[in-house]
Ligand binder design. Sequence first.
Ligand code: FE
Ligand code: FE
Ligand code: ZN
Length: 303
Amino acid sequence: MLIIGSHVSFSNMQLLGSLKEALSYGANTFMFYTGAPTNTVRKPINEIFTTEAYELMNENNIKLKDIICHAPYIVNLANRSNEDKYNFSVNFLKSEISRCEQLGITRLVLHPGSAVGISKEEGIENIVNGLNQILYPECKVTILLETMAGKGSELGCDLEEIQKIINGVDNKNCIGVCLDTCHLNDAGYDMQDFDTYLNEFDQIIGLDKIGCIHINDSKNTKGSHKDRHANIGFGTLGFTTLNNIVYNPKLENIPKILETPYIGDTDEDKERLYPPYKFEIEMFKNKQFDQDVLNKIRAYYKK
Ligand code: FE
Ligand code: FE
Ligand code: ZN
């Protein structure tokens, strides 16, 4: 079965709002941040709404195991030049795992980190050390290392770097990978020939490690190292390539998450932004690109 959703908001520290937003897009999964992705200020989980969310999930046949949490992207385990900051990142991720466990969420996406002013090897060593402090044998949450575009000094933009991190982690059952199609393209992998990539992935890391896939088009060409997401069918990957990835039989039961940009209203009124996900998900369900989709999104949310 196709498991597809998008990034949604997580307001008032409760799952219910996120779930309702996902349902409004016709999704059967979703991804959220436990607060602003750009900071680490977090409030306690609002348990009152969690029970209601579980009931609504059951009614709609949405499984907790398919829901994804994304750690804030300012957390950088690769950088240890300031020991206090490094320890803060480690402790923040420990608390993020306990928030996930509290909600019953089992998949946590993490950007591996950036090696700022240090060698890649040192950066990887710091990431491994951090992960080994965070993960523990009975941990119910799997940290999914996201494949990165290679912007600046980002780590995790090739299979070998991801493999090195995973090799260093003691609790291997708690570590996996989140593929991001925009990032893979920007890192230099050919998404038109996705099966070759998957074969390579299988040999180096193992397909069973893939726990999530971010489905995004890219504004830039292969190998650009830019990381700018485009709407489905409006980037350099195109609808057919992405649709083939979504329906790749080797990735059948893996949650697919859209992180495409919101659509501006008109050229004059760029202030009003609309979520594209309901319509982009529909195109994948229909396996059919709609050239006029952006106007349909504007028309739908305008009324
Ligand atoms: Fe990400
Ligand atoms: Fe992503
Ligand atoms: Zn990105």
